[in-house]
Design a protein around this ligand. Sequence first.
Ligand code: FE
Length: 189
Amino acid sequence: MKFLSLLSFAVVTVVTLSAALPAKKNHPARIMEKPLPTNPYYSRTDTVKLNLPDSVWKRVLSAELYAVARHKETERAFTGKFWEFTGHGTYYCAACGNALFRSDAKFASTCGWPSFFEPVRKQSVLYKPDNSWNMVRTEVLCARCGAHLGHLFDDGPPPLGKRFCMNSISLDFEPDKADGNSGKQRSVR
Ligand code: FE
């Protein structure tokens, strides 16, 4: 009987200690539960330019957005959330909230990335020559925070002939309030 009591005590102790121990550092459940960082620099109304060091952006952006916005990575074609999205509304910089494009300027492109023929305001974006990867291209950056958005090409639809080829992850979308088309499939009753 005494042995059984001791055994029960040992089992209860082991179970209690296991529950109290932290999960292993790289356990998948722990990675999935990691919350997105909060970004105090994001604003849809503040137009003051941001000139922040890379270390700050690394802290306030998700790893995926940081890689594209601050280190000019490109998301894989046909994988972004907006490449064939048709909602009516405004696209903002995902890093800082600066208004970038209206859905009226978005057009169906076969390139696999969301494409626009003009920005919402000329001052919304900046341009920079980009000769990387043995190509001559024009990089498009957010004029408020300097985030890499994508590239500008001269093969867009008339009359402007421009194609702003953007990374979906660099964009946030806000649907028009008066418009029912949020770009998502509506449920049918
Ligand atoms: Fe920005």
